[in-house]
Ligand binder design. Structure first.
Ligand code: SF4
Ligand code: SF4
Length: 198
């Protein structure tokens, strides 16, 4: 299964790399920018979480303790919160992902504009913070502005891709790569389960 999952990861990495390249005039991601890891729920399937923890097992003890300290603090905060619990990812250390090569699918696609069925494309939230797609965003209508695109004078159009979490982890993908994503939960809830079962 792990070999098939690695094959799948290399497939989506190649695919996403091409999309990011095609959108380069609108992409402002750079090392140290971690807004997308600072507030979210981070959906992880079983296979992604297992792979993430495999990466975690390779970290040095100090880092592991630091991450577990953050996890425990988040679990405590979550227990006192009603509804959606948005938080910084506990694997974010000094504004960098401590398990970068083992990160989840959602982490790999974030920053691109994605196609939403029967609705306008989903623009990454960082567009509203002056980052990706902000140079073609109309802040009032909250959609991509044709005028701003024309004014840029670039030949690569701002495009949305089928890169939503469900599309990247669909049953078709499972069949092609002979993998099972398994149950999907918010990242912090995976730790909740292991705490209860201990
Ligand atoms: S997706 Fe947005 S927030 Fe995340 S690294 Fe790129 S520019 Fe920064
Ligand atoms: S696993 Fe890494 S890339 Fe994904 S949200 Fe956490 S810190 Fe960010």
């Amino acid at each position: 299964m792990i070999d098939n999952y690695l094959l799948y990861l290399s497939y989506i990495e190649n695919k996403l790399k091409k999309f990011f390249e095609a959108q380069s005039p609108y992409i402002f991601c750079k090392k140290g920018c971690a807004l997308c890891c600072q507030s979210g729920e981070y959906p992880f399937s079983q296979i992604e979480f297992d792979f993430l923890m495999f990466g975690f097992s390779k970290l040095d003890e100090n880092l592991k303790q630091q991450i577990f300290g953050k996890v425990n603090k988040l679990l405590e905060e979550k227990s006192k919160t009603e509804g959606t619990f948005l938080h910084e990812c506990p694997f974010l250390i000094n504004n960098e992902c401590s398990v970068y090569n083992y990160r989840g699918v959602i982490c790999r696609s974030f920053g691109l504009m994605s196609i939403r069925q029967n609705a306008n494309s989903k623009i990454p939230f960082c567009a509203f913070k002056g980052l990706n797609y902000s140079n073609v965003l109309d802040p009032e209508t909250r959609i991509i502005s044709l005028e701003k695109f024309k004014a840029l004078g670039v030949d690569k159009e701002p495009l949305a891709y089928n890169v939503g979490y469900n599309a990247l982890t669909s049953p078709d993908i499972e069949e092609v790569f002979n993998i099972k994503f398994g149950e999907v939960k918010a990242l912090i809830d995976w730790f909740q389960k292991s705490e209860k079962s201990n």
